[in-house]
Design a protein around this ligand. Structure first.
Ligand code: PEP
Ligand code: MN
Length: 247
């Protein structure tokens, strides 16, 4: 077993200290991203997240600001000393996103997109590989093998269940299994796993207690005003409370 660590700039994922990736679901404008970055850095977050290209369920929903958002993300990360991560949705954007982001995210919907996985592997950047929402562990490992290098962190973000009271079902056991089987780090995304702000803190604490290597949490200075995923987005004060309990 590898039991590897993955380095993203000055951050090590898979070392003893859990990493905390925080930021908005989607980058909404430069000013709000800067405010969020400033506040989450102060709260103790390790990395900044934010979507520029959003895989929305409905074509009529906000699709992200695209390339301008990549500029905002890189600048905010530099200003506040946080490495940045954002999703790559298509092969044609890999090179562009790689210029701006320190880590490339493969979203749940694209875990089965083998041509994208093969190409993203060639960028030689650290990859956060989210679990497909109906993927078995074997399929998830299959996706990792398409990337073709070990600079990969897995992200358990909930799998589809039958009960609509939560958006998905957090599979903590699955997170531990993939870490065991691959020896690579795994983090948990309680935001997409639950869809519910009130469940983010308890599940974050549970995930870290179980032994995962970090968390990626949708955070906003004004959660109710978030353009996307407001119901699962937490405030900076909740983020502070989580960090105090897990780091
Ligand atoms: C995200 O983290 O921005 C996202 C869209 O999550 P997922 O791919 O897990 O749905
Ligand atoms: Mn989201």
């Amino acid at each position: 077993m590898k039991n590897a660590e993955v380095k993203v700039r000055n951050i090590t994922i898979g070392a003893s200290k859990p990493i905390i990736i925080a930021g908005p679901c989607a980058i909404e404008n430069e000013e709000s991203l800067n405010q969020i970055a400033c506040e989450v850095a102060r709260a103790g977050a390790t990395m900044l997240r934010g979507g520029a290209f959003k895989p929305r369920t409905k074509a009529s929903s906000f699709q992200g600001l695209g390339i301008p958002a990549l500029h905002y993300l890189k600048n905010a990360g530099q200003t506040y000393g946080l490495p940045v991560i954002t999703e790559v949705m298509s092969i044609d954007m890999i090179d562009t996103v790689s210029e701006f982001a320190d880590m490339l995210q493969i979203g749940s919907r694209n875990m089965y997109n083998y041509p994208l996985l093969k190409e993203i592997g060639k960028a030689k950047k650290p990859v956060l590989l989210k679990r497909g929402f109906s993927a078995t562990i074997e399929e998830w490992i299959g996706a990792y093998e398409y990337i073709g290098h070990d600079n990969v962190v897995f992200c358990e973000r909930g799998i589809r269940g039958f009960d609509p009271s939560t958006r998905n079902v957090l599979d903590l056991a699955g997170a531990l299994v993939i870490k065991k089987e691959t020896g690579l780090p795994v983090i948990v995304d309680p935001s997409h796993a639950t869809g519910r702000r009130d469940l983010i803190e308890p599940l974050s604490v549970a995930a870290i207690a179980a032994g995962v290597d970090g968390l990626i949490i949708e955070t906003h200075i004004n959660p109710d005003q978030s353009i996307s995923d407001a119901a699962q987005t937490i405030s900076v004060s909740t983020l502070k409370s989580i960090i105090a309990r897990v780091v």
